[in-house]
Write a protein of this length. Structure first.
Lengths: 312, 285
C-alpha cells in the first residue's frame, strides 16, 4: 500500500475505533444505513428461508450420505451393517417378547407384527434423538460456515431415511417369508412413509432447537424414548389389550386416545397396509394431522431462533 | 511509543463511551478526520459485545461429582457447569472497500470471535455488525469428515460453502491440483499427514471467491513450497474481494499484506492504525 493511503487510514483510525464517533461524525448505525449496509446476522423471512434451504439441498443430501458412509467406515463389513443391525434387532426382540415372554398371544404372524412395529418406531425414534443433537453437536460447523441451520436436522433425518429404505427392504422380505401376501394396498406404503417422514422432520427440528439450549435433554431422551416405545404398541396390540376380551375391557375411546400417539398411529398404518389389508379412516386422519402439524410447527419454531444457534 | 501504548491501554480499558477520549488517544489532535475519499464502507462494527457460553468448565472448588451437582441444585445455583465468556467488549470500527485489515493480539484476545461475529456466525450480545454482502470465513474444516476419502471431502466441502453441482465439477480438478496430494485423494483423510490435510483443507476453502473475506491463521500450513503457493492464492483472493480481514500470529505476513492493523487486547481495541506503527507498538509489549 502506498504511503498516503496508510496515512489516511491512520488518521481515521482514532475516530471510529472508540465506541462512539468523533465529534462531527455521524453515528455508525446511520452511516451503515446511508451506505445500504445490513446487519450481518439477521433472520430471513420464512419464504426466503425455505428458498435458501432448497438451494442447499445438495449440501443436505451429501452431508447425510457422508455421515452414513463415515459411520461404518471403521468396520470390516462396512455398510452391510445397515442391513445387519435391523435384522439382529428384529431377532432379539422376537426372542425376548415372542418366545420368552410370550407376548404374541392372540396375534397371528407375530414376527411380522413385531418387526413392522420395531422398524417404524426406530425410524421416528432415531430421527428425533439425532435431531436433538443436530445443533448442539455441530457448533463448530455453525460457527464456521453460512447455511440455513435447518439443514442440519434435515440432513440427520435424511440420514435416517436412507437407513429406513434398507430396513424396509429387509421388512418386505421378512413379511413375505412369514406368510403375508402382496396386495394392492402395499402401493400406499410410500404415502405412509412420506407422512411419517414429514412428522420426523418436524419433530427433529423442534427438538433441535430445544436441544441447542437445554443440554440435559440428551441425558433424558433415552428414558423418554423408552416410555414412548412401550406406549406405542410395538410389542402388543393396543386394540386387544385395551378393548379386547382378553384385555382390560375398556371402552373404545381409550384405545383411540392411545392411537393419537403419532408413533402408534404410524405403526398401525404400516401394519394395516402390510398385513391386515385394512384402511381405518381414524388412523389415516391422525397420521395426516401429525405430519402437517409437526412439519409446519417444527419449521416455524426452528426458524424463529435461526440467528441464535451460534451462541451455544 | 511505549508510553503512548501504556496510556492507550489505560484509556481503552475504561468504558469507551466517552467521546472526549478520542482526543487523548489519538496522537494527532485533529478530532474529526474527513470521511474517507477512497472507498465506501463495507463492514461497520458498532460497539459490539459478544458473550458465548462454555459448558463443562468446572473450577477447582466445584469438582464434578454427583453430591456437588445436587448441592448446586439445592442452593439454586442454576446452570452449574456453564460459564459465560465475554470475548469481545465494545469494539467499533469502519472497514472500507479495498482495505486489508490485519488483526493482532495474544491468544484469547477475541480475534477469532470478532471474525466470526463479522461473518454473522455468532450473534452479538449487544451492538451490531453491518455488512455489505455476505462476509465469509475462509475455512471448511468443520464440515469435513476424517473417515471419508479426499474425493468425498472435496465435494462435501464445496457444497458446504454453498456451491452448486456444476461449480463443484468445475473446481474439483483445480482443488486436487492445487493441494498437490495426488493419488492420496482416494484415501481417507485420517491417513493423511498433518501437512497434507492442511493443504487439502486450504485448497478447498480457497476455491470460492468472496465479497468480504475473513482469514483466520490459514497461512502457515504445509511445506515452504505450498506456503508460497498459498500466499499467492491469498493475494489473488484479496484482489478479488472487496475487503479482507486477516488474523495471524505471523506478523511478517500481516505487514506484507495489510494496509491497516487492529490490535485487540482482552476483547477491546488497543490500537488501530497503519501496520508499521501498530506492529512496532505490539512488538514492544
Amino acid at each position: 500500500m502506498s504511503q498516503p493511503e496508510s496515512a489516511i487510514t491512520d488518521a481515521q483510525a482514532g475516530g471510529p475505533s472508540n465506541g462512539t464517533p468523533a465529534q462531527g461524525q455521524e453515528p455508525l448505525a446511520k452511516l451503515a444505513a446511508r451506505h445500504g449496509l445490513r446487519r450481518a446476522i439477521a433472520r430471513p423471512s420464512l419464504p426466503v428461508y425455505l428458498r435458501q434451504l432448497w438451494e442447499r439441498r445438495h449440501f443436505i443430501t451429501t452431508y447425510a450420505t457422508s455421515r452414513n458412509v463415515s459411520k461404518y467406515s471403521n468396520s470390516a463389513l462396512g455398510q452391510l451393517w445397515q442391513v445387519l443391525t435391523p435384522l439382529l434387532n428384529a431377532g432379539i426382540y422376537y426372542l425376548m417378547f415372542g418366545v420368552i415372554l410370550g407376548a404374541s398371544k392372540g396375534i397371528e404372524n407375530y414376527p411380522a407384527f413385531l418387526i413392522t412395529g420395531m422398524f417404524v418406531f426406530t425410524y421416528t425414534q432415531r430421527s428425533v434423538s439425532s435431531g436433538a443433537k443436530a445443533i448442539s453437536g455441530n457448533l463448530s460447523l455453525i460457527r464456521a460456515l453460512h447455511f440455513p441451520r435447518a439443514s442440519l436436522p434435515l440432513a440427520y433425518t435424511i440420514q435416517e431415511f436412507q437407513q429406513l429404505l434398507i430396513s424396509m427392504g429387509v421388512l418386505f422380505a421378512l413379511v413375505l417369508i412369514t406368510g403375508e401376501e402382496f396386495t394392492l394396498l402395499w402401493l400406499l406404503i410410500p404415502v405412509a412413509l412420506a407422512l411419517q417422514t414429514m412428522f420426523n422432520v418436524g419433530a427433529s427440528l423442534m427438538l433441535a432447537r430445544v436441544g441447542s439450549t437445554a443440554r440435559d435433554l440428551n441425558q433424558l431422551l433415552p428414558f423418554i424414548m423408552r416410555t414412548w416405545l412401550y406406549a406405542s404398541g410395538v410389542f402388543f396390540s393396543i386394540e386387544d389389550r385395551v378393548v379386547g376380551p382378553n384385555g382390560a375391557g375398556l371402552p373404545q375411546w381409550v384405545a383411540d386416545v392411545m392411537y393419537f400417539n403419532p408413533a402408534a398411529a404410524y405403526i398401525e398404518l404400516m401394519r394395516d397396509l402390510l398385513m391386515y389389508e385394512a384402511v381405518r379412516p381414524y388412523i389415516w386422519a391422525v397420521c395426516v394431522f401429525w405430519a402437517l402439524f409437526a412439519l409446519l410447527g417444527g419449521f416455524w419454531y426452528f426458524w424463529r431462533a435461526e440467528e441464535k444457534y451460534g451462541r451455544g | 511509543m511505549a508510553e503512548l501504548t501504556e496510556e492507550l491501554s489505560r484509556v481503552k480499558a475504561e468504558e469507551p463511551a466517552v467521546p472526549s477520549t478520542d482526543v487523548r488517544v489519538h496522537p494527532n489532535p485533529d478530532p474529526a478526520p474527513a470521511p474517507a475519499p477512497e472507498g465506501a464502507p463495507t463492514v461497520i462494527v458498532d460497539d459490539l459485545h459478544i458473550i458465548y457460553r462454555v459448558y463443562g468448565a468446572a473450577s477447582d472448588t466445584e469438582k464434578g461429582n454427583a453430591v456437588n451437582a445436587l448441592m448446586r441444585l439445592v442452593k439454586r445455583q442454576g446452570r452449574p457447569q456453564m460459564k459465560e465468556v465475554h470475548a469481545v467488549r465494545g469494539v467499533s470500527f469502519v472497514a472500507r472497500h479495498g482495505d486489508a485489515i490485519g488483526i493482532v493480539g495474544r491468544n484469547g484476545s477475541g480475534k477469532s470471535t470478532l471474525l466470526r461475529a463479522i461473518a454473522g456466525l455468532l450473534p452479538p450480545h449487544s451492538g451490531a455488525v453491518y455488512t455489505d454482502g455476505q462476509p465469509s470465513l475462509l475455512g471448511v474444516n468443520a464440515a469435513l469428515m476424517r473417515e471419508l476419502t479426499g474425493e468425498r471431502n472435496i465435494v462435501l466441502g464445496c457444497y458446504a460453502m454453498g456451491m452448486n453441482p456444476k461449480q463443484v465439477k468445475e473446481k474439483y480438478d483445480e482443488i486436487v491440483d492445487f493441494s498437490g496430494i495426488g493419488e492420496f485423494v482416494q484415501f481417507p483423510m485420517s491417513t493423511y499427514s498433518s501437512g497434507m490435510g492442511a493443504r487439502l483443507r486450504f485448497a478447498i476453502a480457497s476455491a470460492k471467491s468472496h465479497d468480504v473475506l475473513l482469514i483466520d491463521e490459514a497461512l502457515a500450513t504445509g511445506d515452504r513450497e505450498f506456503r508460497r503457493k498459498s500466499q499467492d492464492r491469498i493475494k489473488k483472493m484479496r484482489d478479488e474481494a472487496g475487503t479482507v480481514f486477516l488474523v495471524a500470529h505471523n506478523l511478517d505476513v500481516i505487514e506484507e499484506t495489510c494496509n491497516r492493523v487492529l490490535w485487540l487486547h482482552k476483547g477491546k481495541i488497543k490500537m488501530d492504525g497503519d501496520p508499521k506503527t501498530v506492529l512496532a507498538a505490539y512488538n514492544k509489549v
